[in-house]
Design a protein around this ligand. Structure first.
Ligand code: CP
Length: 359
């Protein structure tokens, strides 16, 4: 369904060769930015941010402006007709007729896919709830290439809110496609990596371990990917406070790490990395955020080229069956076709990847 445009909903909708081409293009833009300063002359990008953002929104806007294009959009739905009750379908339809490309962030999982079903231009997922954040993953991969020179045979520690962290979900899915990567999941019991991500790693033959202690894990790592405990994803303040401050990377912990470790973080940081670590040459999170502009420039150019087309719903529409995930976009946008992958007793929601027993 929907083969009109190419969209970026999930990186895994594209082959690894496509990701590698994007990274190569970003490397060329990084080295020769003036060669690209008119590539998008006359083009318009819309950024629809239903959730707060600093880096993703502004780096997309910077990217488009540096390519010669223009930007429209909102960063607070309260200032748009969403506040009057306009649904996602109508907002997408309208804005996709004003712009050549549309970047969307939303608190509900599966929103980018839902938008793409009715859009009249390519859609880019800038984060859909706790589900996926593919352009952060492209940023992370570009950073790894620039700073480590490879995307394979890395031992990567991911620390913090692994349950709700869309950036770590997207990153693990992507890096599992490169040979020899090994993962160490560092989290509390309550914030463990979701089973569906671990199943993907297993299917790709990737080794992973789950540990509690950052102190014990840090010395073995090539990459440490810190994440914020995401207050906005918890059901109550009490649950958030129980998890907050479990992990704080400080200079003492850094003293046990390899000399060529790199520390990444999608940001924003709250307290999980002490500001003293910022001056350590291995702390690359600010550089990582800057790299995000170049990979997004490469992505905009590639998506506007519109050579390939995206099949959005690959499974089967089950009338009368609903996704049980209250954070799935189908729970609020009731008109969406309820499409699931699989035909057995367990099916998977095509919007949010949540499993459901059909018996
Ligand atoms: N990394 C990231 O998504 O940051 P923002 O929320 O500021 O966009």
């Amino acid at each position: 369904m929907s083969l009109k445009y190419n969209h970026l909903v999930d990186l895994n909708d594209y082959p690894v060769s496509w990701w590698n081409s994007l990274i190569s293009l970003a490397q060329d833009i990084y080295s020769n930015p003036t060669n690209y300063s008119h590539v998008c002359d006359g083009k318009i990008m819309a950024t629809l941010f239903y959730e707060p953002s600093t880096r993703t929104q502004m780096s997309f806007q910077t990217a488009m402006i540096r390519l010669g294009g223009s930007i429209i959009g909102f960063d607070n739905p309260a200032n748009s007709s969403v506040s009057k009750g306009e649904n996602l379908k109508d907002t997408t339809k309208i804005v996709s007729n004003y712009a050549d490309i549309l970047v969307i962030r939303h608190p509900m999982a599966g929103t980018a896919k839902a938008s793409a079903l009715t859009a009249d231009c390519p859609i880019i997922n800038a984060g859909d709830g706790g589900h996926l954040h593919p352009t952060q993953t492209l940023t992370d991969m570009f950073t790894l290439m620039q700073e480590k020179g490879r995307l394979d045979h890395l031992k990567i520690g991911l620390c913090g809110d692994l349950m709700n962290g869309r950036t770590v979900h997207s990153l693990c899915k992507a890096l599992s496609c490169y040979e020899g990567n090994e993962f160490v999941f560092i989290s509390t019991n309550e914030l463990k990596m979701p089973s569906y991500i671990k199943d993907i790693l297993t299917a790709h033959g990737c080794k992973f371990t789950e540990v509690f202690s950052l102190d014990e894990a840090i010395s073995q790592l090539d990459v440490l990917y810190m994440t914020r405990i995401q207050r906005e994803r918890f059901n109550s303040q009490e649950e958030y406070l129980q998890q907050k401050d479990t992990y704080i990377l400080d200079t003492k912990k850094m003293s046990h790490a390899k000399s060529d470790l790199i520390v990444l973080h999608p940001l924003p940081r709250v307290d999980e990395i002490s500001v003293d670590v910022d001056s350590d040459r291995r702390a690359l999170y600010f550089k990582q955020a800057k790299y995000g502009v170049y990979i997004r420039m490469a992505l905009i150019i590639t998506m506007l080229d519109n050579k390939s087309k995206t099949t959005l719903l690959k499974g089967r529409v089950h009338n009368g069956l609903h996704c049980d995930n209250p954070k799935c976009i189908t729970s609020t946008e009731k008109y969406l076709p309820m499409s699931f992958m699989g035909d057995g007793t367990t099916v998977i929601c095509e919007y949010c990847d949540e499993r459901k027993l059909t018996d």
